[in-house]
Design a binder for this molecule. Structure first.
Ligand SMILES: N[C@@H](CCC(=O)N[C@@H](CS)C(=O)NCC(=O)O)C(=O)O
Length: 209
C-alpha cells in the first residue's frame, strides 16, 4: 500500500492527501513529528535528505517534493484525468506547479514563521517583514486571479495544479491574508474546497490548527 509520511497541519502534505483521496488510491499515513525533530533523525533523512514532509513510499520507490508526488500519483490513475497529456496543457500545468513552489509559497511559509512559529517560541514577529510578505502575497495573488478569471480551474478542468495552489492558500485565515478582493480566486477555492477529497484531507488539519 502507498505510504505517506505526513504532518496534519502541513499544506504540502495536505495537497498530497487531497490528491490521494481524489484519485481514490488507498494509502496509510505515518505522522512525522517535525516540531519534535523527527525530520532530522537519520532514519527519516534516508528517506528525505531535506528532513521535510511529505514523503511518499510506493514499495521500494521513495519520492519527496509534494508537486512531484502529486504528478506521480495522478499518473497511476490516468482514468481520473488529473494530469493533461498534450504538450501545451502539460507545460501550463508545470508552469503553475513551479510558480507555486518557487514564488507563491515563499510569503506564506515566511509569514507562518513570523505569525505562528516565532510566537510559539516566545519570540516577537517583525512587523515590517510581516508587511512586506503580506504585500508580496497580494502581488502574487493578483497573478493567480488573472490566471483564473475566465475559467473554473487553472487548466480549464480540474487537475493536480488546483490542489497545489489551493493548499498554498490553506493557512490564509491564520496568517491574516485577505483574498476578498480576488473574486475569481474565491470562487475557484470554493469549488476546490467543496470537493469530498479536500474535505477529507483537510479535516485532520483543521482539528490541529
Ligand atoms: N518544496 C517542498 C517543501 C516541503 C516543506 O517545506 N515541508 C514543511 C512542512 S509544510 C516541513 O516539513 N518543514 C520542516 C522543516 O523545514 O524542518 C514540498 O513541496 O514538498
Amino acid at each position: 500500500m502507498l505510504k505517506l509520511y505526513d504532518l496534519a497541519i502541513s499544506p504540502n502534505a495536505l495537497k498530497v492527501r487531497a490528491v490521494l483521496h481524489e484519485l481514490e488510491l488507498p494509502f496509510e499515513t505515518v505522522p512525522v513529528n517535525i516540531m519534535g525533530g523527527e525530520g532530522q533523525q537519520l532514519e527519516y533523512l534516508a528517506k528525505n535528505p531535506n528532513g521535510k514532509v511529505p514523503v511518499l513510499e510506493d514499495g521500494d520507490f521513495v519520492l519527496w517534493e509534494s508537486n512531484a508526488i502529486i504528478k506521480y500519483l495522478a499518473s497511476l490513475r490516468p482514468d481520473k484525468h488529473l494530469l493533461p497529456t498534450e504538450p501545451r496543457p502539460v507545460a501550463r500545468l508545470d508552469q503553475w506547479l513551479f510558480w507555486q513552489v518557487a514564488h507563491y509559497y515563499q510569503p506564506v511559509v515566511n509569514l507562518a514563521v513570523e505569525k505562528i512559529f516565532k510566537p510559539m517560541a516566545g519570540q516577537t514577529p517583525d512587523p515590517s517583514l510581516v508587511a512586506t510578505l503580506s504585500q508580496d502575497f497580494m502581488r502574487l495573488s493578483a497573478i493567480l486571479e488573472k490566471g483564473l478569471n475566465d475559467r473554473d480551474y487553472l487548466l480549464g478542468k480540474l487537475s493536480v495544479a488546483d490542489f497545489a495552489l489551493a493548499a498554498n492558500l490553506f493557512m490564509r485565515g491564520q496568517l491574516g491574508l485577505d483574498i476578498s478582493t480576488f473574486p475569481a480566486i474565491q470562487a475557484w477555492l470554493g469549488r476546490v474546497e467543496a470537493r469530498e477529497s479536500w474535505q477529507k484531507a483537510s479535516a485532520q488539519a483543521r482539528i490541529q490548527l
